[in-house]
Design a protein around this ligand. Structure first.
Ligand code: ASP
Length: 319
């Protein structure tokens, strides 16, 4: 009887060891994952110059994230800094290059979340803040709140010395042309998630929202749990797509909750989250990374600008 008991214990330890080992083998020291929006574009229709503009822009962000993470910078700082680079690029629908609402105005949304302590910050409907993600971070760090909107958010930005710009700063010829011709298909919300050397996860999302959206409309991107979520015990998530569906299913938290309560792994949880969007008739996608550095991209739109870099892999960029 004793022998059988010892055999059982040895088997248990062996099983545990194999699982742990297989995770440990693949686990990178750190990891950065980004998206530049999901939508119904087809990159094979891009001319060469456009293709490389997007490629190099995503590469620049991934290389910055990689170098910061390798130098031991925390995930929360990395996702903010990487999101700023995206916001400053006119290629994406965040910061400069943002889409315009039905009144011809820019209303920007952003959010950020630190998975190590579940702190979060968000802003919605800001019109003159050059980098909404910096303001979201400031809300997280320097207020007792999670979200500020509109004029209150702008006043807070001014008091905190966050850079203010004229609304014209956000204009790009591409968006103005689409506005005049009432084409409403510009994509390019941006998202960044990261795992740092200390095992912390963080997520950031920034957007101009949806082209020709109703004045005052707020999408999923600044809503914690809908467009953005991070919990270092599970995963960091950033979403993109038709925001209303992501709000209705609380997509980013839905993924984390499936890992937490239904014991799904990150791949199953991401599939489940996007399936629920699809079942409602919505389109879009998400990026996520778990505490082991497993990366997942999932989308039901035609494509999504996306990429990652782990400490132990080369750059991967796809769209
Ligand atoms: N999710 C964003 C929104 O609904 C738009 C996008 O990701 O393209 O505001």
């Amino acid at each position: 009887m004793k022998k059988i008991f010892y055999c059982f214990i040895v088997l248990l330890i062996f099983k545990f060891f194999i699982i742990t080992e297989s995770i440990a083998q693949d686990k990178p020291e750190y990891c950065i994952v980004v998206h530049g929006g999901a939508g119904n574009f087809n990159s094979s229709e891009f001319d060469t110059a456009t293709y490389w503009k997007y490629y190099n822009s995503i590469k620049e962000v991934l290389l910055l994230g990689d170098s910061l993470l390798s130098n031991g910078i925390k995930a929360i700082d990395v996702v903010e800094k990487c999101a700023v680079i995206f916001e400053n690029s006119p290629l994406f629908n965040a910061g400069k290059g943002a889409v315009i609402n039905s009144k011809g105005e820019f209303e920007l949304d952003a959010s950020i979340m630190d998975g190590s302590n579940l702190k979060a910050g968000a802003v919605a409907g800001v019109k003159t803040v050059k980098n909404p993600i910096k303001l979201a971070r400031m809300v997280m760090d320097s207020t007792a709140h999670v979200m500020l909107i509109g004029a209150g958010a702008e006043e807070f930005a001014f008091i905190k010395g966050i850079e203010i710009v004229d609304p014209e700063y956000f204009e790009t010829p591409e968006v103005m042309k689409k506005y005049k011709s009432t084409v409403n298909d510009k994509n390019g919300t941006i998202g960044v998630v990261a795992l740092d050397k200390y095992g912390n996860l963080a997520a950031a999302t920034s957007t101009g929202g949806m082209m020709m959206k109703k004045y005052g409309r707020v999408g999923d991107s600044p809503i914690i749990g809908a467009g953005t979520y991070a919990d270092s015990h599970y995963a960091a998530v950033s979403c993109t797509g038709h925001g209303e569906y992501f709000i209705r299913t609380l997509c980013a938290y839905n993924l984390v909750a499936a890992m937490k309560y239904a014991n799904m792994n990150i791949v199953e949880a991401a599939e489940n989250a996007i399936l629920q969007i699809a079942n409602l008739g919505g389109t879009g996608g998400l990026i996520a990374v778990d505490k082991y550095g497993n990366v997942v991209f999932n989308y039901n739109s035609k494509s999504m600008f996306r990429g990652y870099k782990k400490s132990n892999t080369n750059l991967v960029i796809e769209f």
